[in-house]
Ligand binder design. Structure first.
Ligand code: B12
Ligand code: SF4
Ligand code: SF4
Length: 378
């Protein structure tokens, strides 16, 4: 390893990036074929940022034209779940979102890494650009090529010694760094646990995820109604889903994160009180409550949609009067419609009574369709 490469790797580790790999900006043809097939099947749902220009996602050089290499980085976000006494009023949050929103602080750490490399190369012409998520790049494919891990059948990138509880980030640099050529040789073998654990049957097969059925997509990325036939499968999940990682044997090796910000005390943690959430009546109050966390992403209307579904699924009786109030008063049809469905699941008679009122008075088609669904017992 050259002095520069080892200097970069130790700087990255000092900053907190657990694993560091390097790869070229050459295209990734194998992954482009997989991405095209995935888009053609409709598996991207309405994430148009995935289908707009697949060839760009697989061509790092087109993304950053001046770059010579990519430094790919892994950030371990694993934290053990705090003790929890079960009560039927909490929705679950996926582990990656327990603490602060990683997008914000990881970006700053990438700037820090760029500055440290600048002093290592001591060249005014040095350029660096960092990315974390939300970028037209197949991040897992680049990280796999840099030897960071292997693709699991649940489509996550896994490290044989530490599992899959990590984010990926990249720093593009205008240096020609030697690639960490060796791909990890380990694979899932005959295991299929994740494929059978998925409650919404989102896997079309090994390495193939139909986002339209994935709870993570339905509760975070998807802006519209959660299809009625999938609502029950969403179970207690309020934001994201971890089931296909919880069952993965490689995740037995997970160790606690070194990133303070990712610990549950720095955000909302793993469980959120659903009645409390259903009481949030304005966007401003919502932003205040979830400031600095990833839970802002679906906005108030998306998170209340999810809360209504989760409340019905776990039998949260305390939600009943709140759902009734939402049906009557909430400005968002998405919220009124899901509240209608949830209320009827929790209290059939009250649900039918409100469905009648909705059919007579609600101006929105979607809400009236939900009310009809209640009366038709769908
Ligand atoms: C769109 C997206 C989603 C979508 C679609 C997920 C998906 N599987 O594609 C949804 C909203 C469902 C989602 C959910 C989650 N996501 Co997401 N998501 C992304 C995003 C933006 C793009 C992913 C993508 O390119 N999909 C396109 C498909 C075609 O890619 P793929 O599934 O990876 O397919 C590859 C392999 O399957 C492989 N392949 C295909 N066939 C075969 C056959 C064999 C034999 C082999 C070995 C490989 C192989 O080639 C394909 C192309 O490289 C990335 C960030 C980024 N820019 O990369 C984050 C990212 C993948 N997500 C991430 C996370 C954390 C999650 C969740 C865990 C969050 C949660 N807890 O709710 C879940 C996990 C769900 C799951 N099982 O994947 C992390 C994953 C980190 C990791 N360790 O892998 C990423 C990398 C974000 C980040 N920067 O850290 N996500
Ligand atoms: S994240 Fe949940 S819903 Fe999505 S594929 Fe994994 S187990 Fe299924
Ligand atoms: S659960 Fe089994 S099949 Fe799924 S990713 Fe983990 S090792 Fe692979």
């Amino acid at each position: 390893m050259s002095a520069l490469t080892s200097g970069i790797k130790s700087a990255a580790r000092e900053i907190g990036f657990e694993v560091v790999g390097m790869t070229s900006v050459e295209p990734m043809p194998r992954d482009l074929t997989a991405l095209r097939a995935w888009c053609a099947e409709g598996f991207a749902g309405d994430m148009i940022y995935m289908t707009r220009r697949p060839e760009l996602n697989a061509s790092p050089r087109e993304l950053v034209t001046w770059a010579g290499s990519i430094i790919t980085l892994a950030i371990n976000y694993y934290a053990a779940a705090p003790e929890f006494h079960h009560e039927t009023r909490f929705g679950r949050v996926a582990r990656y979102a327990w603490g602060r929103d990683y997008h914000d602080f990881v970006r700053l750490k990438l700037v820090d890494l760029g500055e440290r490399i600048r002093s290592l190369v001591n060249d005014d012409g040095f350029q660096a650009r960092g990315f974390v998520d939300a970028v037209p790049l197949l991040e897992r494919a680049a990280a796999e090529r840099a030897g960071l891990g292997f693709f699991g059948k649940n489509t996550n990138l896994l490290r044989p010694s530490a599992g899959s509880w990590f984010f990926l980030a990249e720093l593009f640099v205008n240096l020609d760094l030697p690639s960490d050529g060796e791909r990890v040789k380990v694979s899932c073998g005959t295991c299929t646990r994740c494929l059978t654990a998925c409650p919404t049957a989102a896997f079309a097969g090994p390495y193939k995820l139909d986002s339209r059925r994935c709870i993570s997509y339905l509760t975070i990325e998807h802006k519209g109604p959660i299809p009625r036939d999938l609502r029950q499968g969403v179970g207690e999940w309020l934001f994201g889903c971890d089931l296909c990682q919880d069952v993965c044997p490689f995740n037995r090796f997970a160790a606690d994160t070194r990133w303070e910000e990712l610990r549950p005390e720095y955000g909302k943690g793993p469980r959120i009180d659903l009645p409390g959430l259903l009481r949030i009546s304005t966007d401003a109050e919502f932003r205040e409550c979830f400031r600095g966390t990833a839970l802002l992403r679906p906005k108030r209307r998306g998170l209340l949609r999810n809360a209504a579904v989760a409340a019905a699924n776990i039998g949260c009786e305390a939600a009943v009067p709140l759902l009734a109030t939402l049906i009557e008063n909430d400005p968002e049809p998405l919220v009124r419609g899901h509240a209608m469905w949830a209320l009827a699941k929790l209290d059939r008679r009250r649900g039918e009574f409100m469905a009648d009122t909705v059919l007579k008075g609600d101006p929105d088609d979607f809400v009236r369709i939900e009310a009809l669904g209640v009366l038709d017992n769908l």
